[in-house]
Design a protein around this ligand. Structure first.
Ligand SMILES: NC(=O)c1ccc[n+]([C@@H]2O[C@H](COP(=O)([O-])OP(=O)(O)OC[C@H]3O[C@@H](n4cnc5c(N)ncnc54)[C@H](OP(=O)(O)O)[C@@H]3O)[C@@H](O)[C@H]2O)c1
Length: 219
């Protein structure tokens, strides 16, 4: 099995790379810059991939067009912390570029390498849910993850006829740099759960919003 993971130099992406590698998959990790931890995994590393830069993605990902991709995990993401009276259009725009447009662009560039029975996993966040938003704030993150969720449903509908299943996943509250090490599960537990959820993804259940613990989340 050939697996491509974006943003795999640290955090959840790194743990997913390790897990898939340990299970015998051939793993391709894209990142802006590699890390010591990633370098020791023995996976294929493609550096210089900034998912917020549409004009460079085609070139940077070109080597993956020779790979038959069974699974693409769009994991790279960024979190800003805007409040109602303290926000910046540029940081909100940047979160849209990374969190919403990035996964769509990467998927579009790599689509020629995917075929019937390939899968695309979008690592979103329940913070993009309207119904689940009980605390406000985080404008750029919530808006960009909601946009990613919308893209995920469209992608699931558009790619189902090609036999490609697209799923939208919330990883849980995970101890990574993004949340300053807070969180109630570690990255290995998260990766183990996400791998199980992605295994369950198929054309019938595509286009749903699933917590790594298996719960279906409201949009
Ligand atoms: N941790 C949580 O509790 C939590 C909860 C819900 C959802 N998520 C989602 O899970 C995913 C992984 O997050 P994490 O917790 O592992 O966070 P993390 O430790 O901060 O890792 C984020 C990853 O995304 C990469 N990235 C950021 N901007 C990028 C860009 N412009 N181009 C390419 N790569 C970029 C980072 O690379 P650099 O090292 O180059 O910055 C890093 O590899 C994200 O989509 C996040 O929104 C996390």
């Amino acid at each position: 099995m050939n697996v491509v993971i974006t943003g795999g130099n640290r955090g959840i992406g790194l743990a997913l790379a390790k897990q898939y590698k340990d299970s015998g998959a051939k793993v391709y990790v894209t990142c802006r810059n590699s890390s010591d931890e990633l370098n020791t995994l023995g996976v294929n590393i493609i550096t210089g991939v900034d998912v917020s830069q549409p004009e460079t993605l085609g070139d940077r990902l070109a080597s993956l067009l020779d790979v038959e991709i069974d699974l693409l995990i769009n994991n790279a993401g960024v979190l800003g912390r805007e409040s109602i009276d303290d926000w910046d259009p540029h940081t909100i725009d940047y979160q849209f570029r990374v969190n919403a447009m990035g996964p769509l662009l990467v998927s579009q560039v790599l689509l020629p390498s995917m075929s019937k029975s390939s899968k695309i996993a979008l690592i979103s966040s329940r913070m993009g849910s309207m119904e689940d938003n009980g605390s406000g704030g985080y404008y750029g993150y919530r808006m960009s993850k909601a946009a990613l969720n919308a893209a995920g449903v469209s992608m699931a509908n558009d790619l189902r006829p090609k036999g490609i299943a697209v799923g939208v996943f919330h990883p849980g509250f995970v101890q990574t740099e993004m949340v300053n090490g807070a969180g109630d599960i570690d990255t290995d537990t998260c990766a183990e759960r996400l791998v199980a959820r992605i295994d369950e993804l198929n054309l019938e259940n595509a286009g749903r919003f699933i917590h790594s613990n298996g719960d279906e989340l409201p949009w």
